[in-house]
Design a protein around this ligand. Structure first.
Ligand code: FMN
Length: 366
């Protein structure tokens, strides 16, 4: 049997050699927001290892309050763009494809994420860091317009640099997800209200990005039920709610949905073994990426919370679901940090020889 991971896939005109995606992972190795040669070499190594599509770590769009970690790369400014140009070149020279991920943190700041510089005001739909915890003012219409413009500027930069596509980070409780989630969106204007109304900010971001990059350039959206503020949070409790939530986002111009879960094997709703990516594909009919503990036995939140090692597991269940067409692409996170040639190793039947993941691996960029 052909291994379904190693069959080609196309998103619009973009041809991918296989179904393996490098999950976006913040590494904070870009001092001053500028990715250097070490970042380019890091991504090149994964392309050489056989990854079909790399999605970069989150990069800040052109908005002054997009994020507060000075070592997270930006997608604006001459120096940062020159750094990214080299990243793209290295990946392409190695035969890989690469999307950038646009990441606005919104109200997530403080320890681990950095604090806003003097005079910079963090922004969020209702000024809440999490439910019941104020941390700023609700966004004005002008704040919203400026943030949307910042995504648009960064998207144009991405296209000009030669990236193969863009992923908008709408997951995990950051700005876009702060609009999606009732826990952080208490607005009574057109950006708040029921789940569909709470997609409006994202819809406007997607429409603006789409307007600027044109209809042929691949555009993905990452979303999740869980939030870093609440791992048990749910946006959609039924397939009907999920469809109502995704439809306006799809119509706004998303080509590819990256359905972020921590354990890919978990059914999203009762009565079916489909996971979030499976349901999204079934309901919306557009390509999906699954993710979450591929070849590892512990999810990444657990990896962060302790120094425990996440051990290697098999891959059969994943392949069986891919074979059945439940999703189209498979993102691999931690396992690719410690195994840059994960695709080649898996292809040659060496799953059991993959290295396990421990948090200490994040101390270096290799
Ligand atoms: C070090 C690290 C950094 C991450 N940074 C991001 C990020 O910038 N954007 C994002 O959408 N997800 C981020 N994630 C989540 C991963 O993309 C992925 O969904 C998660 O690690 C689960 O995949 P895994 O179990 O294969 O590691 C990060 C995860 C890790 C481990």
């Amino acid at each position: 049997m052909t291994n379904p991971l190693f069959t080609p896939f196309a998103i619009k005109q973009l041809k991918l050699a296989n179904r393996i995606v490098m999950a976006p992972m913040t590494r904070s190795f870009s001092p001053g927001g500028v990715p250097g040669p070490d970042v380019a070499a890091y991504y090149r190594r994964r392309a050489e290892g056989g990854v079909g599509l790399i999605i970069t770590e989150g990069t800040y769009p052109a908005h002054r309050a997009a994020g507060f970690d000075s070592r997270v790369p930006r997608l604006y400014g001459d120096e940062a763009l020159a750094g990214w140009r080299e990243v793209v070149k290295q990946v392409h020279d190695a035969g890989g494809k690469i999307f950038t991920q646009l990441w606005h943190v919104g109200m997530v700041y403080g320890e681990q994420y950095g604090d806003p510089a003097e005079g910079i005001r963090p922004v969020g739909p209702s000024g809440l860091k999490k439910p019941g915890e104020p941390g700023g003012e609700p966004m004005s219409q002008e704040d919203i317009d400026l943030a949307i413009d910042g995504y648009g500027i960064a998207a144009v930069n991405a296209k000009q640099l030669g990236f193969d596509g863009i992923e908008i980070h709408g997951a995990h409780g950051y700005l876009i997800d702060q609009f999606f989630w009732e826990g952080t969106n208490q607005r009574t204007d057109r950006y708040g209200g029921d789940l569909v109304s709470r997609t409006r900010f994202a819809v406007e971001v997607i429409q603006e990005v789409r307007r600027r990059i044109g209809s042929d350039f691949p555009l993905g959206l990452r979303f999740s039920q869980w939030k870093l503020q609440d791992f048990d949070a749910k946006l959609a409790r039924t397939p009907g709610e999920l469809e109502a939530f995704l439809r306006p986002l799809s119509d706004a111009g998303v080509d590819l949905f990256h359905c972020s879960t921590r354990r890919f094997w978990e059914p999203e709703f009762e009565g079916s073994d489909l996971n979030l990516a499976g349901w999204t594909k079934k309901l919306i009919g557009k390509p999906t990426i699954t993710v979450g503990s591929v070849t590892l036995n512990e999810d990444f939140v657990k990896s962060f919370a302790s120094n425990e090692t996440a051990s290697i597991t098999g891959i059969d269940q994943l392949l069986e679901r891919l074979e059945r067409g439940q999703f189209d692409l498979v993102a691999v996170g931690r396992s690719l940090i410690v195994n840059p040639s994960w695709p080649m190793q898996v292809r040659s039947g060496g799953v059991n020889e993959l290295l396990p993941f421990t948090r200490t691996a994040l101390a270096q960029l290799v």
